[in-house]
Design a protein. Sequence first.
Length: 419
Amino acid sequence: MTLIAIGINYNTAPVAIRERLAFPAEILDLSLKQLSQTKKITEAAILSTCNRTEFYCESESDNQQPLIDWISESRQIDPADFTPYLYSYQDNQLIRHMFRVACGLDSMILGEPQILGQMKTAYQAAYDAGTLGRYLGKLFQHTFSAAKKVRTDTAIGSSPVSVAFAAVQLAQQIFDKLSEQTALLIGAGETIELTARHLHQNGIGQIIIANRTYDKAHNLAAQFNGYAIALSELPKHLAEADIVVSSTASQLPILGKGLLESAIKKRKHKPIFMVDLAVPRDIEAEVAQLKDVYLYTVDDLQNTIDENMNSRRQAAEQAEEIIDTQVEHFLGWLRSQGAQSTVKDYRLQAESIREEALQKALAQLKNGIAPEEALKRLAHGLTNKLIHTPSAQIREAGINERPDLIAAAREIFKLQNQQ
């Protein structure tokens, strides 16, 4: 049994590669089932976010090629296009990596809490697809426990820093007064909700929320005294927006260059600040060519997230120590699985010997042997059977000059020196 993982993230791959390896929710169930049927892979889970895609597997070997081949076929991408951006982990390193990811220690914004929810979503998807087993299932559960302990025992999440918060910080740097601006938010998921909350707290003048499901957009907009529109209404309202933040699960761009050109003309070339937090991108890359549009992607936000991080960096050091301990705990559980298998086999062997001795004694009783004599023979035969193999192995260890095995036998059987 080998635990393996490969992945890409914001550090190793540009958004153009990350969006090609993204696994949207609508294909995740089928993808997981197909992955779990791949040669040598017995358990599987996929974590797919705007900043990373990672594949966690329990495999019969440490060969990663079947997994790479499956990714290539599944996403219709040549291995040469994405393998240079891959990182991989195995066993101990994988355990530590998952713990660090769940705690936000491997995130673009140190300690951001959203990744833990995304990890739980990945776990639930794999659980529902039936692709989790003893090892990955237990590893996810331990990952969540480790993340909870880090959140409880450190200040890793004390500062309100996230991708959404970074976008709002950038908007504050561009506009003197948010109270005079209108923000158009596209999507209605957790990231957009967080963006709306930060904008509202910082006094944004107006919030418009556009979403494919109007009711969901309306419910979210109502929390922040805003109003909702359907995605089909974007062309009518885009010119109203000074700030546009988009984060949807769409596989195709929602806003194109032509639509933005029309909006700019209606605004009489008053600039628009745009942030595309989606992977794949919601806003066509060509939009950045327009003079009166300032377009940022998730990769660009790195320049705005260096503030308010000192306390998190200190907390991260404490978190690493907690993770060290948690990794050892999980490794202990893994080691115990081997011991349990040995205990089970030993118990089955003993029960087989017992059953054989019992049947022999019952046969003797049927043949008229006195019960007392049958019990003596049962005890004598059972004892000989149980100690025969260990005794032979200990003698063999002595002949082969293996004092370590002899010492282990004395410890296992708790033998006292009778001399």
